[in-house]
Design a protein around this ligand. Structure first.
Ligand code: SAM
Length: 244
């Protein structure tokens, strides 16, 4: 692993293409609608801004966006895009890195809270966000519900994608809440690339407690960005905490 973490040059080079469905307007527009509404007239802070999937369309809506990002390779791809120079970026760990000024909304989407692989780091992230938010400002997280209901006794693997050229599966350690996503891609030359991403899975109630430790309280929880109700069977949640 390089200084860029798990999103170094090789991953950054194909990030947009491999996550192409997440760049579709039908996926991005509802995210931007919610975040622009929460920003009001203020600034937005994206933790793990990546190649600008959300930051760029949010900035195009007139919201000033700043990012915190570990990977210079991901930021280089952001900079290559139209409008990429207008997004200020602080290179560093979003659990601790400081950006200048205060923000109306901070957000952490696409399961990226799970990139922090310890509970301490996740708690530190909430505290860091609270330091950046103006009073009444909001922190938004989009993250999956851990798929433990798919694990029969003795099993610890959940496949999430299988076709002729790509295989993806998650492995769970239910004792430690460690989790890894494993991506195998068969290339045209017949060779395969293997990319593992380590995670720490985290429950909604645990996030609420982290928010409380940081001086925030739950304002909304939805299944998705269209504000669908969060239910017993929701595969993920979009949660909004407000700085008290
Ligand atoms: C799944 S990508 C999401 C990128 C972008 N937010 C999006 O929605 O497309 C996760 C991003 O978070 C960054 N990241 C992961 N852990 C980080 C950390 N501790 N501090 C800063 N950036 C981090 C990665 O480098 C990567 O760019």
């Amino acid at each position: 692993m390089s200084d860029d973490g798990h999103f170094g040059g090789r991953v950054a080079a194909t990030y947009d293409e491999s996550a192409a469905e997440m760049f579709e307007p039908g996926v991005v527009d509802p995210v931007v609608d919610v975040l622009a509404g929460l920003a009001g007239g203020g600034r937005a802070l994206e933790l793990g801004v990546g190649t600008g999937r959300i930051a760029l369309p949010l900035a195009a809506r007139g919201v000033p966006v700043h990012g915190i990002e570990l990977s210079r390779a991901m930021v280089a791809r952001l900079r290559d895009k139209p409008g990429g120079d207008a997004i200020g970026v602080t290179i560093g760990d979003f659990a601790t890195a400081q950006a200048d000024g205060t923000f109306s909304v901070a957000y952490l989407v696409f399961n990226t809270i799970m990139n922090l692989t310890t509970q301490d780091a996740q708690v530190a992230c909430f505290r860091n966000v609270a330091r950046h938010l103006a009073p009444g400002g909001c922190f938004v997280i989009e993250v999956m519900i851990p798929e433990l209901r798919k694990l029969p006794p003795g099993q610890h693997i959940v496949p999430f994608h299988v076709d002729a050229t790509r295989w993806g599966f998650d492995t769970y350690d239910v004792a430690t809440q460690e989790m890894s996503s494993h991506h195998l891609v068969l290339e045209e030359d017949g060779r395969a690339t293997y990319t593992p991403f380590p995670f720490r899975y985290v429950w909604p109630a645990e996030l609420d407690l982290m928010a409380r430790l940081a001086g925030m309280r739950l304002r909304d929880r939805w299944e998705g960005w269209a504000r669908e109700p969060f239910t017993n069977d929701s595969p993920r949640h979009v949660s909004v905490w407000e700085k008290v």
